[in-house]
Design a protein around this ligand. Structure first.
Ligand SMILES: C[S@@+](CC[C@H](N)C(=O)[O-])C[C@H]1O[C@@H](n2cnc3c(N)ncnc32)[C@H](O)[C@@H]1O
Length: 238
C-alpha cells in the first residue's frame, strides 16, 4: 500500500462507523520524509484496524514472538512510543492512531532507531481493542487524550466507564492502565471513573508521581510552559 492508497482507503467512514468518536477528524500535511516512510514501512510494521470492530488480532503473529504487549491509544506523532519501546526491548508496543502524519512519523522513528518491537495500527482503537484476546495485555497507555472540555462533548472522552471496562478486560491480572493529562478537570473525572471500575486498583494514593519512564513530549512541554500541571494515573487490574 502506498501513501496515496493509504489516504484513499482511510477517507470514507465504514458504513457501520460508531456514532460518537473520541478523536477530531483532521487532515494533516505529510513531509516528504513521512510520505517515504509510510510507503516503505507500512507493509512491514503497519496494521489496518479491521472495518468490522472486534475482528480477532493475532498478537503473536503480529510481533513474531510471544512477549508482554503494551497498547498505546492515540500515539500522536509517536515520540513517546518510540522512546519507551527503545528503552524496553523485552515488551512489544502496539500504537493505535487515526492521524496519518503521526503514523508515518512513528514509522520513520521506528526505522531510524531500528526498533523491532513496535507495530502501528491505523484506525479507531475502540474498534481494535475488542479484537484483542481477553487478559492479553501487560499495559495500556493513554497519554494526553483529547480533553473534549465542553460538557456536551464529554461523551467523546476516551476515559469513560464503558471504555475503561473494555480496556481493563484486555489487561492481564496485574497489568496497568496508565493515563496522563494536562487538563485538571479531566484528570479528576478520570480518577473518579478509574476508582469506580470494579476491576482496577490505584497503584498510588491518588495521582501517581511522574514516572521517569514516560518521556516528556512536545505536547507536555507546551502544557508546562502554559502553566498547566500534568497528572498521571496508574491503575492495576486486580
Ligand atoms: C491530544 S493527542 C495526544 C497525542 C500523544 N499521545 C501525545 O502525548 O503527544 C490525542 C491523540 O489521540 C488520537 N485518538 C483519539 N481517539 C483515538 C482513538 N479512538 N483511536 C486512535 N487514536 C485516537 C488522536 O488522533 C490524537 O492524535
Amino acid at each position: 500500500m502506498t501513501s496515496t492508497d493509504f489516504a484513499a482507503a482511510a477517507a470514507p467512514a465504514p458504513p457501520a462507523a460508531r456514532a460518537i468518536r473520541t478523536f477530531h477528524p483532521r487532515r494533516g500535511r505529510m513531509s516528504s520524509r513521512q510520505t517515504e516512510a509510510l510507503d516503505r514501512l507500512w507493509p512491514v510494521h503497519g496494521l489496518r484496524v479491521p472495518d468490522e470492530p472486534g475482528t480477532p488480532v493475532d498478537l503473536v503473529g503480529l510481533f513474531g514472538r510471544r512477549a508482554p504487549v503494551v497498547v498505546e491509544i492515540g500515539s500522536g506523532m509517536g515520540d513517546t512510543t518510540a522512546a519507551m519501546a527503545a528503552a524496553d526491548p523485552d515488551r512489544d508496543y502496539l500504537a493505535v492512531e487515526v492521524h496519518t502524519p503521526g503514523i508515518a512519523n512513528l514509522l520513520d522513528l521506528v526505522d531510524r532507531r531500528g526498533l523491532r518491537n513496535v507495530r502501528v495500527a491505523e484506525g479507531d482503537a475502540l474498534d481494535l481493542v475488542p479484537g484483542l484476546p481477553e487478559a492479553s495485555l501487560d499495559a495500556v497507555h493513554v497519554f494526553f487524550p483529547d480533553p473534549w472540555p465542553k460538557s456536551r462533548h464529554h461523551k467523546r472522552r476516551i476515559i469513560q466507564p464503558a471504555h475503561v471496562a473494555l480496556l481493563r478486560s484486555r489487561l492481564a491480572r496485574g497489568g496497568t492502565l496508565h493515563c496522563a493529562t494536562d487538563w485538571a478537570e479531566y484528570a479528576e473525572a478520570m480518577r473518579q471513573t478509574l476508582d469506580a471500575d470494579p476491576g482496577l486498583v490505584n497503584a498510588h494514593d491518588g495521582f501517581a508521581p511522574r514516572p521517569p519512564h514516560r518521556p516528556v513530549t512536545k505536547f507536555e512541554r507546551r502544557a508546562l510552559t502554559a502553566g498547566r500541571p500534568i497528572f498521571d494515573l496508574i491503575y492495576r487490574r486486580s
